[in-house]
Design a protein around this ligand. Structure first.
Ligand SMILES: [Zn+2]
Length: 54
């Protein structure tokens, strides 16, 4: 039996098993990745601005 990495519920579809988490958790996971990426890019841009003004 394969379980969701996020909520530990049993994964029933092959697609979910391949991904390692259920569709709802996958959406949340993707959103978190996108948000983390966005924040990382923002920090990078802030650093660029700071180094130019400094
Ligand atoms: Zn889950």
């Amino acid at each position: 039996m394969k379980q969701c990495e996020r909520c530990n519920r049993e994964l029933k579809s092959q697609k979910s098993i391949d991904v390692g988490m259920g569709p709802t958790c996958k959406k949340r996971h993707d959103a978190e990745i996108a948000e983390a990426e966005f924040k990382k890019n923002q920090i990078t841009m802030d650093e660029v601005v700071e180094s130019k003004t400094a």
